[in-house]
Design a protein. Structure first.
Length: 187
């Protein structure tokens, strides 16, 4: 026997309970009202999924709860940036200006640990083999290789680069100059 009553007619009866539940979840009246509205819209547009004769309040509470936690998972991945600090840091480096790249590299290089700077200067700037660098640092060859790898990864992170991306756009002499800058200055 089919019912001539549309289950949508019952939705408004549940708004006060939905609102109380939403407030208990969000702890914010405005967010709760938005959550209830979204719940009602989802229920309305998916009413064919509701089984007439079952507990509509339970169905609506499930929709509200799922909507709330989906929203929380989504906002968890978002970055709060009310003053635009993060947005201001998002820029594309001009390819034509090596001085900016040099300044960025220099700043990032200075943030590395002493061990990481040392291995990059020995292996990267001065061209020593890992074995030679390891001997100079008084560590095992594997340690030198590991430090060099971690130092390169950290440098890429600090510079916002992808693994394997060239630091100064292919200008190896600039990279060498930067990494050797702590040594004697050329006149």
């Amino acid at each position: 026997m089919s019912s001539s009553i549309d289950p949508r007619d019952e939705l408004p009866d549940h708004i006060p309970s939905l609102r109380a539940f939403a407030i208990s979840l969000t702890r914010n009246v405005a967010e709760a009202d938005d959550l209830v509205q979204e719940t009602i819209l989802k229920a309305w547009s998916n009413i064919e999924k509701f089984t007439v004769g079952t507990d509509m309040r339970a169905w609506l509470f499930t929709i509200l709860r799922n909507t709330f936690f989906s929203s929380k998972r989504k906002t968890k991945r978002e970055v709060a940036d009310p003053e635009g600090i993060h947005a201001g840091s998002l820029f594309e480096r001009p390819e034509h200006d090596g001085r900016l790249a040099f300044a960025d590299f220099s700043k990032a290089f200075d943030q590395l640990s002493a061990e990481h700077r040392e291995v990059l200067i020995l292996v990267g700037a001065n061209g020593y083999a890992y074995e030679e660098a390891a001997e100079m640092m008084g560590v095992a060859v594997g340690t030198a290789k590991s430090r060099a790898n971690r130092a390169r990864q950290r440098l890429c992170e600090l510079l916002g680069m992808k693994s394997g991306e060239d630091i100064l756009g292919g200008d190896a002499s600039m990279t060498m100059a930067v990494m050797a800058r702590s040594g004697p200055q050329a006149a």
